[in-house]
Write a protein that binds this ligand. Structure first.
Ligand SMILES: *[C@@H]1O[C@H](CO)[C@@H](O)[C@H](O)[C@H]1NC(C)=O
Ligand SMILES: *[C@@H]1O[C@H](CO)[C@@H](O)[C@H](O)[C@H]1NC(C)=O
Ligand SMILES: *[C@@H]1O[C@H](CO)[C@@H](O)[C@H](O)[C@H]1NC(C)=O
Ligand SMILES: *[C@@H]1O[C@H](CO)[C@@H](O)[C@H](O)[C@H]1NC(C)=O
Ligand SMILES: *[C@@H]1O[C@H](CO)[C@@H](O)[C@H](O)[C@H]1NC(C)=O
Length: 315
């Protein structure tokens, strides 16, 4: 079967207006830019979570933009997307997703009020992701200019008691955490949290097992035989996480329990491409052209080589 990725990349084309701020202090996007300059354009620079959120939320919800967006998506889908009617069917055995009448539900997104354009775009993004169809993506480019890392990755094994658990695979900040069991995330059993995240936020497959794996660490071999490890979707994201940090409760060797809170490290290859909210809007939301990446690319984008020997552990 001929397969293609159908990606809706969304760039707003409208006239900029009304996003000026009097001083840097009131302008969250400007605070990000100032912070980056003050760090001497440090490739390790991480923006403050509240600033990124406020920067995104600085663009008010505009009903006309929303209507045009929905109309454009509907027309595009009705013209080109061959799985619209399949999305309405119940999942076949082995698959899990909600059956969605996408055209109808896109319309009902317009019945709600949103506090910002970002909130609206996030809702469109989440609805389209519910199809769990990797042929179809909606990427509001404006709001995907940063990546968010917990600087750790997770894996899952069956322990000696036959129970499936979550463990820390790698931790860039504290190597003592490696191989500790993660019993709780934000105070809830870790398996429950990861499964829920994989169901609700990962759209890579209609198979929930594939989605679960995509939340955890991934290992691959590159062209020259290095083993490259990457954190995946639970701890490395491209959509703004709901909160500024995650709390992990660990059970380590010798029955030692620890709990720590990890802020998101926020990287970008675009930190030097805007100074103010207006710039941000102009460069990332309004201009319909490719934006050069910065020379000082965030270290977060570099592949990490995993040199430890592979051992059979608790499998
Ligand atoms: C890159 O970052 C270093 C600091 O890590 C800084 O000294 C240098 O000026 C930066 N280069 C550019 C082109 O911004
Ligand atoms: C981010 O900025 C807010 C408000 O300026 C501040 O309260 C918070 O402590 C900052 N967070 C970090 C991680 O620096
Ligand atoms: C949306 O907000 C407008 C103006 O604040 C209000 O008149 C309208 O009733 C709200 N609609 C919904 C569905 O909440
Ligand atoms: C450590 O955490 C585990 C799992 O939550 C719990 O069963 C155990 O009682 C805790 N041990 C201590 C010493 O707090
Ligand atoms: C941001 O400010 C710097 C220094 O004033 C300037 O060189 C650069 O062109 C500005 N960037 C944008 C996108 O306006």
């Amino acid at each position: 079967m001929k397969s293609f990725i159908f990606t809706l990349i969304f760039v707003l084309i409208t006239s900029p207006s009304g996003f000026s701020r009097d001083t840097n202090n009131d302008d969250a996007c400007a605070r990000i830019s100032t912070g980056y300059e003050q760090s001497n354009r440090d490739p390790e620079f991480s923006a403050n979570y509240s600033d990124v959120k406020a920067c995104f939320e600085a663009f008010p919800y505009d009903r006309e933009i929303a209507e045009n967006t929905i109309e454009t998506i509907k027309k595009t889908l009705q013209g080109f997307f061959v799985y619209l009617s399949q999305a309405k069917e119940e999942p076949k055995q082995g698959y899990s997703f909600r059956s969605v009448d996408l055209i109808k539900e896109l319309d009902s997104l317009l019945l709600k009020n949103y506090t910002s354009e970002f909130q609206f775009m996030l809702n469109v993004n989440n609805l389209i992701a519910e199809l769990k169809d990797p042929h179809l993506r909606f990427i509001p480019l404006c709001y995907q200019k940063f990546i968010y890392s917990q600087q750790l990755s997770l894996y899952s094994v069956i322990n000696k008691e036959g129970v499936q658990i979550i463990k820390i695979f790698d931790d860039e900040i504290d190597s003592n955490n490696v191989d500790c069991e993660v019993t709780h995330i934000d105070g809830r059993p870790s398996m429950e949290v990861i499964k829920e995240f994989a169901e609700e936020r990962i759209d890579v497959s209609k198979d929930s097992g594939v989605r679960f794996n995509d939340a955890l660490a991934s290992l691959r071999i590159n062209e020259i035989g290095d083993r490259i490890i990457s954190a995946r979707m639970f701890t490395l994201r491209n959509v703004l996480p709901e909160k500024s940090s995650i709390e992990y409760s660990l059970l380590c060797a010798n029955d030692i329990n620890t709990t720590f809170t990890r802020e998101w490290k926020i990287g970008s290859v675009y930190y030097d491409r805007f100074n103010t909210t207006d710039d941000f809007r102009n460069a990332f939301c309004l201009k319909n052209e490719i934006i050069d990446e910065s020379v000082n690319v965030s270290k977060m984008f570099e592949p990490k080589i995993y040199n430890k020997p592979m051992v059979e552990c608790e499998l």
